[in-house]
Ligand binder design. Structure first.
Ligand code: IMP
Ligand code: MG
Length: 181
């Protein structure tokens, strides 16, 4: 089995590029079917950095008129409140009244998507859906419905296909799972 070492950790291949492509095509088919004949082009919003590879793969399989834009999330703790404040970097398009489809690499606890959702709502979109490449269902306990999930994976740390370990591994065309020592 193909293994790689990144920093202190060993990983072994768990989802091949071919399997990813198959899952992305199946997901695109679902999204295409749901948007057949829709006359308002939705805006896909890909969340950087992790979703860049998935976004490029997914968007070329979408067969209806649409727009794509990229955002980055910055979280910080407000001075007065202890609550987490999420800032969206890169929103240049007006989101008011738009149908938005968020493109994410992975939903784990769902904390990221929850705060992204709250931030997006402040821009008054018409609707917000999510398309995620991966979901760890054992970890996700939020009420928020996840509209489009390409693949479900166990609760193990992975890298590759956009996902990183300390900034490394995003370039790998396959997905690798950390090996237990
Ligand atoms: P959540 O907020 O717990 O849902 O986590 C989502 C974010 O955590 C993702 O966008 C990833 O950046 C990161 N993440 C979660 N699980 C993994 C993993 O297994 N490998 C790499 N990054 C991960
Ligand atoms: Mg991410």
């Amino acid at each position: 089995m193909k293994t790689i070492k990144i920093l202190d950790k060993e990983f072994c291949i768990s989802i091949t590029e071919a399997q990813i492509n198959e899952a992305v095509q199946a997901l695109a088919n679902k999204i295409n079917a749901d948007h057949k004949g829709c006359d308002e082009p939705p805006l896909f919003l890909a969340v950087l950095n992790g979703a860049f590879m998935f976004a490029a793969n997914l968007i070329k399989r979408i067969d209806f008129p649409c727009e794509i834009s990229f955002v980055k999330l910055a979280s910080y703790h407000g001075e007065r409140s202890s609550g987490k404040v999420t800032e969206l970097i890169g929103i240049s398009d007006a989101l008011v009244g738009r149908n938005i489809i968020v493109i994410e690499d992975i939903v784990d606890t769902g904390n990221t998507y929850e705060s992204l959702m709250a931030t997006l709502q402040r821009h008054h979109p018409k609707s917000v859906k999510i398309a995620t490449l991966l979901l760890k269902p054992e970890v996700y306990k939020k009420q928020q419905h996840l509209n489009y999930v390409a693949m479900e994976i166990p609760n193990e740390f992975i890298v590759g296909y956009g996902l990183d370990y300390n900034g490394l591994g995003r370039n790998l065309p396959d997905i690798y799972t950390v090996m237990k020592n």
